[in-house]
Design a protein around this ligand. Structure first.
Ligand code: GDD
Length: 243
């Protein structure tokens, strides 16, 4: 059995999902894929199910009934992966913002260099942003600065969503204590790993704006991130993320 499971949350990704699945399945290392689809009205799940005959052992799907948020989609995926004994569990977007070839570099950082969490990072030397609109760049860099100020976490790209976790990290964190639902989830997971003493390594990547489909960023997600980071910091004085 493969040692690696890549979780891809999807909401209306029919323009990207087939090419993404084929790209991951064509990589030189054997990665299994779990798509967590939130009842996408555009039929993303049907496209995935159509490919399962071609990849019966390596392509999996969990379907949820509605748009329940990126964070809970990943938690669902983590639990699914932990039950099946994968040693490395990844987060990746469906839309090619993250280059699937970089999965191998995240794997190497954990497997060969001893990272517990490998973060595909835009804001370390060698990391880049390509074609992102100026307002998103501003928001993302501002958010990274804000998070570092509040949490003192030495992670340059705390909102990054391209990650490899060693399974022991996900086993140790009490996932029921992760409260963020939107993109703040990315911050909270890194914060929890850091609080529990895990080694986080940033691997430089180029993040490219999607060509197909649309971002699910919203004002609610921004608000959750601003307030959520404060709440998360406050809670950390009184309770631990230890499972
Ligand atoms: N299942 C599910 N999937 C979702 C949901 N919302 C978004 N997704 C999926 O999550 C992935 C990321 O969503 P995007 O909407 O493409 O994210 P983005 O705006 O490009 O944001 C990226 O940058 C953020 C900030 O740097 C990151 O925090 C985020 O993870 C992502 O990499 C995509 O595969 C998208 O379909 C949801 O409610 N449910």
């Amino acid at each position: 059995m493969a040692d690696s499971l890549v979780i891809i949350p999807t909401y209306n990704e029919r323009e990207n999902i087939v090419r993404m699945i084929r790209t991951v399945m064509g990589l030189e290392k054997d990665f299994h894929l779990l798509i967590v689809d939130d009842g996408s009205p555009d039929g993303t799940a049907d496209l995935v199910k159509g490919l399962q005959q071609e990849f019966p052992d390596s392509l999996h799907i969990v379907e949820r009934s509605g748009k329940l948020g990126l964070g809970t989609a990943y938690i669902t995926g983590f639990r699914w992966g932990l039950e099946r004994e994968y040693e490395y569990i990844y987060e990746m977007d469906a839309d090619f913002s993250h280059n699937p070839n970089d999965l191998l570099r995240l794997y190497a950082a954990c497997k060969e260099e001893g990272a517990d969490v490998a973060v595909g990072s835009r804001y370390v030397t060698g990391g880049k942003l390509a074609n992102w609109p100026a307002d998103r760049v501003f928001l993302s860099i501002g958010a990274s600065f804000y998070v570092r100020m509040i949490t003192w976490m030495p992670v340059m790209d705390p909102t990054a969503g391209f990650i490899c976790y060693h399974r022991k990290v996900l086993e140790t964190i009490d996932l029921s204590k992760i409260k963020a639902i939107g993109y703040a989830f990315q911050i909270e997971m890194k914060f929890a790993a850091r609080c529990l003493g895990f080694k986080i390594v940033e691997v430089p990547i180029t993040f490219t704006d999607r060509v197909e489909g649309v971002s699910k960023m919203s004002s609610g997600i921004i608000k959750e991130a601003i307030l959520g980071v404060l709440r998360m910091r406050w809670r950390s004085f009184f309770s631990s993320y230890q499972g």
